[in-house]
Design a protein around this ligand. Structure first.
Ligand SMILES: [Mg+2]
Length: 288
């Protein structure tokens, strides 16, 4: 299906009569990717604060859902508040939250956790007790976006995966966008360990179902009532389409309009920025 180009001013092919796309009219809750959608680096993207404030004022449920597992939820909240955004713990879902839930379900309590120190502390505070050193016997390996990764950690993870331990990863993104350009992310670590072990992990974040299910549970709405707003076709849009969310692609991050024709994952709505999405939601009466 061809996506409706619903950008309000900038796009060459706005919807007829400026009408909001049909699927968007059913939306009563929204979930937002962060990097490239709400902000890029330290900079808030156009329209983000106005839209989120309007959702909060209107009492519409919304959620920030990020794959980026390099920071704890607490660190995210500090950052979101510093940007003036109406965030709280209930409105934040990270791939670490999804991983912690998955470990609990699987009865895994002692991961070899490849993660930053603050993230290790977060798992500990949630009753997961990461293996501390080489003498410790872990019950699984969990890769996250560890920006403090060392050769020693890579080697240990590789040894444990080769030994056949259950192997999980928070998300598949190979790079993380920054104002200076893309940097190696969890998916690149997965690729490295695939080279050394031949194994691939169970992935929990977007576009995989565990993240989608967690979003639905958190917003407490059926999938077709939820718009997922993101900047990546192969994670955000793919998850939205496969899970039955309304897929909104914002062109403020990775995906460009020219990427659309070749993408197997087509969004329901394409907007130039969250300003355009805000206009659409007002036009259709979802927001005052
Ligand atoms: Mg993004």
């Amino acid at each position: 299906m061809t996506p409706q180009f619903a950008s309000t001013q900038e796009g060459p092919s706005a919807a007829p009569d400026g009408a909001a796309p049909e699927r968007l009219a059913q939306v009563t809750g929204l979930a937002f990717d962060l990097d490239g959608t709400v902000y890029l680096g330290a900079q808030l993207l156009p329209g983000a604060r106005d839209l989120l404030d309007a959702l909060a004022s209107a009492g519409l449920p919304f959620l920030f859902a990020t794959n980026n597992s390099s920071k704890s939820a607490e660190e995210y909240l500090v950052r979101l508040h510093a940007l003036g955004l109406p965030a709280d713990r209930e409105r934040l879902l990270t791939s670490n939250d999804v991983a912690i839930e998955r470990l609990r379900q699987a009865g895994l309590r002692r991961p070899y956790l490849v993660a930053t120190p603050t993230v290790v502390r977060e798992y500990r505070s949630q009753g997961i007790d990461p293996a501390e050193d080489d003498a410790d016997t872990p019950d699984c390996v969990l890769l996250t976006f560890d920006t403090t990764l060392t050769y020693a950690k890579l080697r240990r993870a590789s040894d444990l995966v080769r030994a056949g331990l259950p192997y999980l990863a928070t998300h598949p993104d190979t790079v993380c966008p920054t104002p200076e350009g893309p940097i190696p992310d969890c998916g690149a670590f997965i690729a490295l360990l695939a080279e050394t072990t031949g194994a691939r992990p169970e992935v929990l974040g977007k576009p995989q179902p565990p993240m989608a299910t967690a979003i639905e549970a958190r917003l407490d709405l059926p999938a077709h009532r939820i718009a997922f707003v993101g900047d990546r076709l192969y994670t955000d849009v793919r998850m939205a389409v496969e899970h039955g969310f309304v897929a909104v692609l914002t062109l403020t991050g990775e995906a460009q309009r020219t990427d659309l024709p070749a993408s197997p994952h087509q969004p329901d709505v394409v907007v130039e920025s969250l300003t355009a999405l805000h206009t659409l939601l007002r036009r259709q009466g979802t927001l005052p």
